[in-house]
Design a protein around this ligand. Structure first.
Ligand code: SAM
Length: 231
């Protein structure tokens, strides 16, 4: 009995499957040249964002930024705010590194690791002003719904990392995931709904359009955007 109690919590269900994407030579080169400037490695130690980014500023974290184009665009328009982007797909991270260099972005740092572990281990409690989750993998098959990142345990973690008054901003183009998000968020006591938009692609809620959003729109999907406040 005690053995069971003492076992560490091991998360076995992940929100992603590592895709075997090869880095292009340009992305490989970007990792070699630009990771020291923009990247930070996974460790079990809490980071100090003022050391990581070299100043004290409000901090926005984005989970699953894909190829990073919308993250770089937003960071370029908000240079007084700091950003951390987390993405497990290394070609996407390589693409983002190149975009960040091209746009001369200095207020952004990147992690190429499971966002849940980075949040748990490396992000200080109450350290975030905002967390963006744009077009998380929808896992459309019912038997895969447990892989969806928006679950009560994930929201517990997000609630711990957001400062009071901070926001959780979500978008999806999957109606069934939108219904799931409405339910799980309503059920969770730590968040209040500030705004919810259902639209045809023209009214994103304080964010640029993303690659997956454009893909969804081409398929005829509608878009759902939410902003929740950490109470
Ligand atoms: C459907 S794509 C959306 C990408 C981008 N936000 C967009 O809208 O174009 C979801 C992304 O989340 C990433 N992802 C899923 N779970 C993750 C996790 N636990 N940690 C980091 N990245 C994750 C996937 O690798 C994938 O690139």
């Amino acid at each position: 009995m005690d053995d069971v109690k003492q076992k560490p919590f091991l998360r076995t269900i992940r929100s992603f499957v590592r895709r075997t994407g090869r880095l292009t030579p340009g992305q490989q080169n970007a990792f070699e040249r630009l990771w020291p400037k923009y990247g930070f490695d996974f460790s079990s130690e809490v980071i100090d964002p003022t050391v990581l980014l070299g100043r004290s500023a409000p901090l926005i974290l984005e989970i699953g930024f894909g190829n990073g184009e919308s993250l770089v665009e937003y960071a370029g328009k908000h240079r007084d705010v700091d950003f951390i982007g987390i993405e497990v797909h290394s070609p996407g991270v390589g693409h983002c590194l190149l975009q960040a260099e091209k746009e001369n972005i200095n207020n952004l740092r990147l992690s190429c690791h499971d966002a849940i572990e980075v949040l748990e281990q490396q992000i200080p409690d109450s350290g975030l002003q905002r967390l963006n989750l744009y077009f998380p993998d929808p896992w459309p098959k019912a038997r895969h719904h447990k892989r969806r990142i928006v679950q009560t345990e994930f929201l517990d973690l997000v609630a711990r990392k957001l400062a009071p008054g901070g926001t959780l901003n979500i978008a999806t183009d999957w109606e069934n995931y939108a219904e799931h998000i409405d339910l799980v968020m309503d059920d969770h006591g730590a968040f209040g709904l500030r705004e919810r938009r259902e639209h045809g692609g023209k009214r994103p809620l304080d964010r640029p359009a993303t690659k997956f959003e454009r893909r969804g729109l081409k398929l005829g999907h509608r878009i759902w955007d939410w902003e929740y406040v950490r109470l």
